[in-house]
Design a binder for this molecule. Structure first.
Ligand code: 13P
Length: 255
């Protein structure tokens, strides 16, 4: 089954509107040929409107938010609703990133509520899962991934999943410079796909794109993307520089 790769930049809490505009200009200047992968950029909320405007040139790069509220409009100080994101033409939302889980206390239930809310307005999900080093060393890799997937996707339909990707990001590989080996990543991706097969059947799981995230760089992208169950990447640090994000896409995309 052919799956078009999808590369997404996750800038985290970096780049205000002016840095965002400069990045978009520089990145678009590099993207001259035909692209064989989908490209998404997840900017901080305050930079999203500038980014959607800067990328409106028809080359198909889509914009993602890094989070959303699980609530509708109302008395939720500091939150951003999914309707607001749609209003400024945001297409995707990252939900369940390990930094949201560990620093901001998001549980599988909160993550699930956000995913349901995002789908109500048609936002495409970038659903992040991954184990800590302690969990991996304790032999809990599969049970952690299975519960994150099962609880996170409660009420999410096969149709919703057609518009979504799962990002497998081992927590120990995020921002550490320690990438999962291609074998470790492939093994986890194959397991994630098997859980999706259990829940939704082989047709849905065969179509689902699963991104790898965690210290992806221009020099390791090709090896990771060559693995049969890895269908793109979610890139943090190395996506902050237009050249390095571009190089990852070029090195990891089919020719
Ligand atoms: P790094 O690429 O900086 O390791 O971050 C990965 C990540 O968390 C992307 O969401």
């Amino acid at each position: 089954m052919y799956r078009r790769p999808i590369f997404a930049a996750n800038w985290k809490m970096n780049k205000g509107p002016s840095d965002t505009e400069a990045f978009a200009k520089s990145f678009l200047n590099k993207l001259t040929g035909r692209q064989t992968s989908d490209i998404v950029i997840a900017a901080p909320f305050i930079s999203l409107a500038v980014l959607t405007e800067a990328l409106r040139d028809g080359r198909g790069i889509e914009v993602a938010a890094q989070n959303c509220s699980q609530f509708d409009d109302g008395a939720y100080t500091g939150e951003i609703s999914v309707k607001m994101l749609r209003e400024i033409l945001v297409r995707h939302v990252i939900i369940g990133h390990s930094e949201r889980r560990s620093i901001f206390g998001e549980t599988n239930a909160i993550i699930n509520a956000k995913m349901i809310k995002a789908r109500q307005v048609g936002l495409k999900l970038i659903f992040c899962i991954g184990e800590t080093l302690e969990e991996r060393n304790a032999g809990k890799l599969e049970s952690i991934l299975r519960s994150q997937i099962t609880e996170g996707l409660e009420g999410i339909t096969a149709h919703d999943l057609e518009d979504s990707v799962i990002a497998y990001e081992p927590v120990w590989a995020i921002g550490t410079g320690v990438t999962a080996s291609a074998e470790q990543a492939q093994e986890a991706h194959a397991f994630v796909r098997s859980v999706i097969t259990d829940l939704y059947g082989a047709e849905v799981s065969g179509k689902l794109r699963i991104q790898y995230g965690g210290s992806v760089k221009p020099n390791n992208a090709a090896e990771l993307m060559a693995c049969p169950d890895i269908d793109g990447a979610l890139i943090g640090g190395a996506s902050l520089d237009a050249q390095s994000f571009y190089d990852i896409i070029q090195n990891g995309s089919p020719s």
